[in-house]
Design a protein around this ligand. Structure first.
Ligand SMILES: *Cc1c(COP(=O)(O)O)cnc(C)c1O
Length: 384
């Protein structure tokens, strides 16, 4: 049976070169990057090299990259660190209804602390528009956090235009770029963001390491206390091996960005064409053009996503319903609900996220399995 991984937005396999780059730091080169001796210096040099590699991808300065434990911590640090640093200025935050839970739940936490949060409703493609952000701004607005691209539906937001407005109003702007970093060109100076979240395991690095870009001069309160690490913005002994891996993953992503984007877009187009030709009554969620290369969120009304995923898994195909973080709970995804998708469509929505491991053969096989499986499942569900 083939083994076809179509869930790269949940996580990616660790790249061989990336694994090789990190391994020495789990054995011989075990030093603590804060130590004075040569072991420490070796670790420090490796961490600083990785900082340079990450910074280059988004045209940032090395000093603007703070290493953290992943995308979730980056989002928490950006939002909690800003809210605490700016609490004298105001208590209002603007975000969207379909952010990652790391943003939504952090905002909800702040609401309990007396902050006010506006959750903008995206359009039918899942896009948040600069005009909406502008209208929601109040004198007491201290932070705007809108994701660069959406993990469930793949829509890319007009972050540059939002940044322009936010910048003119002198308000702080954070974007969760976990799904975009290394896949789409980003220049932090052009899009006017102050804070940008990054995670290693979405770009063929290991889990448990990420980074937050913090624009020079951006005042931040600490969230993790316990040392002067990371320019006194995040306590804790650096995860040297993980950071080295993130650096390598960033470098490789930058090198492959243009060619992979083009290859994945072609694969995605072909896949969607195959699905449409073979299966009646299907629809694509998210924006038709402004989407992450290789990302397809498809609704198959009359089918339960869970049953479809299990059937696909039995045929060696790994996909997901909504985001990996939401699976296990039966509640409809807050992203699909935010799009106001009819219940029938919401229940039958599957995300395919293609990546470096995929080929045209995978697409052919999956389209064929989908056709057979959907036909069978729809026949079992007479209400469809
Ligand atoms: C995966 C993901 C995160 C969380 O990153 P972790 O490193 O898994 O904590 C945050 N935001 C988005 C958009 C993601 O896709």
């Amino acid at each position: 049976m083939p083994s076809i991984y179509l869930d790269h937005s949940a996580t990616t396999p660790v790249g061989e070169e990336i694994l090789q780059a990190m391994l020495p730091f789990l054995s011989d080169r075990f030093g603590n990057a804060s130590s004075i001796h040569q072991y420490g210096q070796e670790a420090r040099a490796a961490v600083e090299h990785a900082r340079e590699q990450v910074a280059r991808v988004i045209n940032a300065r090395e000093s603007e990259i703070i290493f953290v434990s992943g995308g979730t911590e980056a989002d928490n640090l950006a939002i909690l660190g800003s809210a605490a640093a700016l609490k004298e200025k105001g208590n209002h935050i603007i975000t969207s209804l379909i952010e990652h839970q790391a943003v939504i739940q952090t905002c909800e936490h702040l609401e309990k602390q007396g902050y006010e949060v506006t959750y903008l409703e995206p359009d039918q493609h899942g896009m948040t528009h600069p005009g909406q952000v502008e209208e929601a701004i109040r004198p007491e607005t201290i932070l705007i956090t809108v994701m660069h691209s959406n993990n469930e539906i793949g829509t890319i937001n007009p972050v540059g235009e939002i940044g322009k407005i936010v910048h003119e109003k002198n308000i702080r702007f954070h974007t969760d770029a976990v799904q975009s970093f290394g896949k789409l060109p980003i220049d932090v100076n052009v899009i006017n963001v102050d804070l940008l979240s990054i995670s290693a395991h979405k770009i063929y690095g290991p889990k448990g390491v990420g980074a937050l870009y913090v624009h020079q001069g951006t005042a931040m309160a600490k969230v993790i206390h316990g040392g002067e690490h990371e320019r006194n913005k995040r306590g804790g002994t650096e995860n040297v091996a993980g950071i080295v891996a993130l650096g390598k993953a960033a470098e490789i992503s930058l090198n492959l960005m243009a060619s992979e984007a083009q290859r994945l877009m072609l694969l995605q187009d072909k896949f969607w064409q195959e699905i449409r030709e073979r299966i009646p009554d299907v629809s694509l969620n998210g924006h038709p053009d402004e989407r992450i290369p290789g990302h397809l969120s498809v609704s198959f009304p009359g089918v339960e996503a869970e049953s479809l995923l299990i059937s696909l898994d039995l045929k060696g195909i790994a996909a997901s319903s909504g985001s990996a973080c939401a699976s296990g709970s039966n509640a409809p995804s807050h992203v699909l609900a935010g799009l106001k998708l009819p219940l029938e469509k919401m229940k039958g929505t599957i995300r395919f996220s293609l990546g470096r491991t995929n080929t045209e053969d995978h697409i052919e096989y999956t389209a064929q399995v989908l056709q057979e499986t959907i036909e069978r499942l729809r026949a079992l569900a007479p209400t469809a």
